[in-house]
Write a protein that binds this ligand. Structure first.
Ligand code: CUA
Length: 164
């Protein structure tokens, strides 16, 4: 069978497009591109999030000092609050240290976004979202849930106090 050169060019172009589309999807999936969900923190049984003495860190959520330059914050999100974070229980961390947030949900999908920073992750029941940041500027930062999670979604927020 004879294939015209013109046809070959178009066949080649179509093939390139297909490879390009696959590459785009693969690139996104491995997390080099846009990262929708960060599950690097591992998995957890959402039913057991708040059971005591599980040793997951979520059984007693809060700020845990690892050393002078690294803190880990365990946060449980649930309709419609962050513990810690909401109300008179803000997340309090020192400035100029590495702060790793480990966030999970006890019920539905939530969001965890710290205003004026690039800290922004989805919080999915069964998974632990992990984000590490460093705050240079002391002050109070707003904390918001940015995934619709029910009737009280718009009230779900809190604050992060960065102390000098
Ligand atoms: Cu939690 Cu919206």
């Amino acid at each position: 069978m004879q294939v015209h050169n013109f046809e070959k060019v178009w066949l080649g172009a179509a093939l390139l497009l297909i490879v390009g589309f696959i590459a785009t999807i693969a690139y996104g999936t491995v997390g080099v591109g846009i990262q929708m969900v960060d599950d690097s923190g591992g998995e957890i049984d959402p039913q057991a999030v708040q059971q005591s003495n599980t040793g997951t860190g979520f059984d007693d959520p809060g700020v845990v000092r690892q050393n002078d330059s690294h803190y880990v914050v365990y946060v449980v999100a649930q309709q419609f609050q962050f513990a810690p974070g909401t109300g008179d229980n803000p997340i309090r961390v020192p400035a100029d240290t590495r702060v790793t947030f480990r966030v999970t949900s006890a019920d539905v999908v939530h969001g965890f976004s710290i205003v004026e920073t690039n800290i922004n992750t989805m919080v999915i029941p069964g998974q632990v979202s992990e984000v590490t940041a460093e705050f240079d500027e002391p002050g109070t930062y707003g904390l918001v849930c940015h995934e619709y999670c029910g009737s009280g979604h718009h009230t779900m927020g809190g604050s992060v106090e960065v102390v000098p």
